[in-house]
Design a binder for this molecule. Structure first.
Ligand SMILES: O=C(O)CCC(=O)C(=O)O
Ligand SMILES: [Fe+2]
Length: 278
């Protein structure tokens, strides 16, 4: 039995209708005054149900237009300050750039920046709440100190080949949920760049990275890839990690996790670590 999210959650007590994890999504003009005064549990519940049944969930209007603009501005200004670097992939000891697997530029936004930008000051609390909500729904103890996230900029021609985010025998096994928030206004089908979710052996689902959309999926079960994009493609990409258990340490023979944990706490080195090609 998984408890229903109740109104005792502080997130929902103070939240207006159509608020997800503290971020106000676009409100429906047709909602009645009564329902607009109630917290919107159904939308949250729908996400949780989707995640439970399909291992993924998609919310089209997670960010408001103002929030979308704030994150886009943030990425533009951080890129012009040269805060982005070409992303590497591979095993941790040789986290070398392999453009055959992934072509993108990234900037870590976790561990949290000491002086959060305008966008990060609403993203950080929203992401923390999201991790806690998911943890309580799925009865997993999340460790917010281990949250990883980055801004990703895919240039024209960017892509990321099929992979899974949580790989056994590596510290990435702590990743419970992967999340993506897309920031691409005026996206058109001909731009390519879809997130392809391999929902089972025979089927896949292509998700367009349109502005404001949130995608959450189980990190260990859902292979996915970014199809080549012919337009610049912006995303917030991240992973909510669960607490380390003694079982993790013995399962990994101590080696991987013990050597990586201090690093993991100091900086999000898991990116590209243990992400295996399928
Ligand atoms: O940019 C995306 O849509 C997905 C990125 C991804 O899968 C990853 O960084 O692990
Ligand atoms: Fe991924």
């Amino acid at each position: 039995f998984v408890p229903r999210i109740t109104s005792t959650s502080p997130t929902f007590q103070i939240s207006p209708r159509h608020t997800l994890f503290g971020l106000s999504a676009a409100t429906s003009p047709s909602s009645s005054s009564l329902s607009s005064s109630l917290p919107d549990l159904d939308l949250n519940l729908a996400i949780m149900k989707d995640l439970e049944t399909n291992d993924y969930a998609i919310v089209d209007d997670f960010l408001s237009p103002t929030q979308i603009d704030a994150v886009i501005e943030d990425i533009a200004s951080l890129r012009s300050d040269n805060r982005f670097s070409v992303a590497g992939i591979g095993q941790d000891k040789s986290n070398t750039v392999n453009s055959e697997i992934r072509k993108t530029e990234t900037m870590f936004i976790y561990p949290k920046l000491q002086f959060p930008t305008n966008a990060l000051s609403f993203l950080y609390p929203a992401l923390d709440r999201m991790a806690l909500t998911l943890g309580s729904r799925f009865q997993v103890k999340m460790d917010l100190a281990l949250t990883e996230a980055l801004y990703a900029y895919y240039p024209n021609g960017g892509f990321y080949k099929k992979h899974i985010d949580a790989v056994p025998s590596s510290a990435s096994v702590l990743r419970e949920f992967s999340f993506l928030i897309y920031l691409n206004k005026e996206w058109s089908k001909s731009d390519g760049g879809c997130l392809r979710l391999y929902t089972n052996d025979e089927n896949h689902l292509d998700v367009e990275p349109t502005a404001g959309k949130l995608v959450i999926f189980k990190s260990d079960t859902l292979p996915h890839e970014v199809l080549e994009t012919s337009a610049e493609r912006l995303a917030v990409v991240g992973w909510f990690n669960r607490e380390v258990t003694p079982g993790d340490i013995s399962a990994l023979g101590g080696g991987d996790l013990i050597t990586k944990l201090p690093l993991l706490l100091a900086s999000a080195v898991l990116i590209g670590v243990g992400v295996s090609m399928l």
